[in-house]
Design a protein around this ligand. Structure first.
Ligand SMILES: NC(=O)C1=CN([C@@H]2O[C@H](COP(=O)(O)OP(=O)(O)OC[C@H]3O[C@@H](n4cnc5c(N)ncnc54)[C@H](O)[C@@H]3O)[C@@H](O)[C@H]2O)[C@@H](O)CC1
Ligand SMILES: Nc1ncnc2c1ncn2[C@@H]1O[C@H](COP(=O)(O)OP(=O)(O)O)[C@@H](O)[C@H]1O
Ligand SMILES: [K+]
Length: 525
C-alpha cells in the first residue's frame, strides 16, 4: 500500500474533484461512512452516547458526518465544537447545516472546563479536531481538551490521524490524542505510520474514500509499506557458492560480537559461504562461537583492529565475492577507518557498510560513495544518519522521509534508516516502510544481525533493493518470533540470530494470521 504526504493527499483530493468530478461532499461522506463502520463494529451505535469533538476544518466536517450517522442509527451524538462553525467551508459547511437541523446537541465551547462533566455520560469519543491541516503546536483550549480526552479513559476513535500528530512526520505537535482506532482517508499519511504517531493512533484502518486506484496506486507516489517479494526457491542442486559468497570485514579487539553476529546471521538466514576477515588475535574467540565460518585472520594495528596493509589481499578476495560487508565492530582506529575507505574505492562488487564502516564514509568522504560503480548499501541508525548528512537528529526527525530520499539519491546508495518502522530509501527516490520488528530489538548487536540477513537475501538471489527490503523484513520477523516466545524484554541479538531459520521457514510457508495482521493495514471496503 502506498503512503502519502499531506501535500500528495491534497493533490489526490484535487484530482478526484477536478478530473473525475468526485465532489468534496462525496469524499467527506465516504470518509465519515467508513469511520462510522469502525465505530459500529467496535462500539455499536444504538443506545450508545458519543462525544464528537470537531475542529473548524474539514476534519471537523468528517466528524459531523459521523455524528449524522450515529444519530441515524439510533445513537446519541453530542457535537462539541472547538472551532468556529462560521469558518466551515464547502462540504463541512453543508454538513454543519444538516446537523444544525437534526435533534443532536451541539455545544460550542470556549474553555475545556465547559465539557468536563460530559465524559462520564459517554460511551466513546470521536476525535475530529485536527487532521492533516495541523500547522502549529497545539495550545490553549485545544491542548486542554486533548489532555481531557486522554484522561477520560473512554474508547477513542480518531478521524484521519490522532489530533496533534503531524501528518508528514508522525511527531507530536505539543500534545496529541491517544486513540484506540484511527480511520485514515485516501491513504495512510506518513504520520499515521511513523512513530510516535503510529502508536498514538491505535489500530489503523484505511478507506480509499472511493478514489479510483489510478490515484491511490499512482507511480507518482514514491512511498509505500514494504511488502518485499517472495524468497526465491532454493535450487535443490545448489552448492554453497550458489547461496551467496560474502566477505565480512569486521571486528577489532574488544568487538567480538559484531563480526560474529553479522557473519553467523548470514548463514542462519540461508546464506551459503561466509568468509570473515577479522583481526588475527580475535579470530580464535569468534571461531569458538561460529565454526561454520571461514576465517581470514588479518594483520593488526597497535590497537588490535584491522591494519591497512591487508587491503591488497582483501581487494583480491573481494573480486570473487557476491558482496562485501564492511564495518561491524571494525572500530574507529584511524588505519581501519582508512581501510574501509580504500575498500569502498576498490570493491567492484556490491558493498554493505554498517556501524563504524559508515562513520568512515561520512563527511568529506561521502564522495567515495558517489564515485562507486557497484551498488552500495548503508544501514545507519539515526545517529549515523546524522553523521552522514551533517544534520542533527532533530533536523532529520523533522523530515525523516525527505532527508532519506535526498540522501539516497545524492549518494547513489540504498539506505536503511533503522529504528522502529525502519525506512528503506532507494536511489530512485522510492522509500519503503517496514512493519515487522519490536522494541526488544533495540539491543546491542541487533544491527549486526540485520547486515548478515540482508547479505543472505542477496546471496539467495534477490535483486539488491529487494534483498535489502527482504532482509529488513525477515530480521524484524525473526525478532517478533523471538519476542513471542521469550517476551520483548529479554531478547538479545543472539535470539534474533537463532530465530532466523524460523523466520525464513515462516516466510516460505506462510506467516501466521496474528503477525500477518500486524504487518498489513486494514482496508475498509
Ligand atoms: N482525501 C482527503 O484528504 C479528505 C480529507 N478530509 C479531511 O480533511 C482534513 C484536512 O482538512 P483541513 O485542511 O481543513 O484541516 P484540518 O481539519 O486538519 O484542520 C485545520 C484547521 O485547524 C486550524 N489549526 C491548525 N493547527 C492549529 C493549531 N495548532 N491550533 C488551533 N488551530 C489549528 C487551521 O487553521 C484550520 O482551521 C483531513 O485530515 C481529513 O480529515 C475529508 O473531508 C475527506 C477527504
Ligand atoms: N523500537 C524498535 N522497534 C523495532 N525495531 C527496532 C527498534 N529499535 C531498534 N530496532 C531495530 O534493531 C536494530 C538495531 O540496530 P543498531 O542500532 O545498529 O544496533 P547495534 O549497533 O547495537 O547492532 C535495527 O535493525 C533497528 O531497526
Ligand atoms: K483527528
Amino acid at each position: 500500500m502506498k503512503i502519502s504526504s499531506v501535500n500528495e493527499m491534497r493533490e489526490m483530493d484535487r484530482a478526484a474533484i477536478e478530473q473525475y468530478g468526485i465532489i468534496e461532499e462525496i469524499l467527506m461522506e465516504n470518509a465519515g461512512l467508513a469511520a462510522f463502520g469502525v465505530i459500529a463494529e467496535q462500539i455499536g451505535a444504538e443506545g450508545k452516547a458519543f462525544l464528537i469533538f470537531c475542529g473548524g476544518g474539514n476534519n471537523g466536517g468528517d466528524g459531523l458526518v459521523v455524528a449524522r450517522k450515529i444519530h441515524s442509527d439510533g445513537g446519541k451524538a453530542h457535537i462539541i465544537m472547538l472551532g468556529d462553525p462560521d469558518g466551515f467551508r464547502g462540504a463541512a459547511r453543508t454538513n454543519f447545516n444538516i446537523v444544525s437541523r437534526l435533534p443532536v446537541t451541539i455545544t460550542r465551547i470556549s474553555a475545556a472546563d465547559e465539557v468536563r462533566g460530559e465524559f462520564e455520560r459517554c460511551d466513546a469519543v470521536v476525535d475530529a479536531i485536527f487532521g492533516t491541516g495541523l500547522v502549529r503546536d497545539v495550545g490553549g483550549k485545544y491542548r486542554e481538551i486533548i489532555e481531557m480526552i486522554n484522561a477520560a479513559r473512554k474508547p477513542v476513535i480518531s478521524l484521519d490521524i490522532p489530533s496533534g500528530v503531524h501528518g508528514d512526520t508522525g511527531n507530536v505537535m505539543g500534545v496529541s490524542v491517544r486513540a484506540d482506532h484511527t480511520i485514515t482517508f485516501g491513504l495512510p499519511k506518513i504520520g499515521n505510520l511513523l512513530y510516535p504517531g503510529y502508536a498514538l493512533g491505535g489500530t489503523l484502518h484505511v478507506t480509499h474514500i472511493s478514489f479510483p486506484p489510478s490515484l491511490y496506486r499512482s507511480d507518482a507516489l514514491h512511498m509505500a509499506v514494504s511488502v518485499p517479494p517472495a524468497l526465491p526457491p532454493r535450487n535443490p542442486d545448489g552448492h554453497k557458492g550458489s547461496f551467496g559468497d560474502v566477505l565480512f570485514i569486521a571486528g577489532a579487539a574488544g568487538y567480538y560480537g559484531a563480526p560474529c553476529f553479522a557473519a553467523l546471521s548470514f548463514m542462519k538466514a540461508g546464506g551459503g559461504y561466509a568468509r570473515l576477515a577479522a583481526p588475527a588475535s580475535v579470530t580464535p574467540f569468534i571461531a569458538a562461537k561460529g565454526s561454520e565460518l571461514v576465517f581470514i585472520p588479518q594483520k593488526e594495528t597497535p590497537s588490535g583492529s584491522i591494519a591497512l596493509e591487508n587491503r591488497d589481499v582483501l581487494t583480491e578476495i573481494s573480486r570473487d565475492m557476491d558482496m562485501v560487508v564492511i564495518g561491524p565492530g571494525i572500530s574507529l582506529d584511524r588505519e581501519s577507518q582508512e581501510l574501509v575507505r580504500e575498500m569502498a574505492r576498490r570493491a567492484d562488487v556490491p558493498l554493505l557498510a554498517d556501524g563504524d564502516g559508515i562513520t568512515a564514509l561520512c563527511g568529506d568522504h561521502t564522495e567515495i560513495l558517489r564515485q562507486r560503480k557497484a551498488p552500495t548499501v548503508l544501514t545507519p541508525h539515526m545517529g549515523e544518519m546524522a553523521r552522514i548528512t551533517g544534520l542533527s537528529v532533530a533536523e532529520i526527525s523533522a523530515d525523516k522521509v525527505g532527508v532519506l530520499r535526498r540522501t539516497a539519491a545524492d549518494l547513489n546508495a540504498v539506505i536503511v534508516l533503522k529504528g522502529a518502522h525502519t525506512l528503506i530509501g532507494l536511489p530512485d527516490q522510492r522509500v519503503f516502510l517496514n512493519m515487522s520488528g519490536n522494541s526488544g530489538m533495540a539491543t546491542a548487536g541487533s544491527g549486526d544481525v540485520l547486515t548478515g540477513t540482508i547479505a543472505a537475501m542477496f546471496g539467495l538471489g534477490l535483486p539488491l533493493a529487494d534483498a535489502v527490503r527482504k532482509g529488513v523484513f525477515i530480521h524484524g520477523l525473526s525478532g517478533d518470533l523471538a519476542a513471542r516466545e521469550k517476551g520483548e524484554d529479554g531478547i538479545t541479538a543472539r535470539d534474533i540470530t537463532e530465530f532466523l531459520p524460523d523466520a525464513m521457514k515462516a516466510d516460505r510457508e506462510g506467516i501466521d494470521s496474528g503477525l500477518r495482521a500486524r504487518y498489513t493495514i486494514d482496508v475498509i471496503a
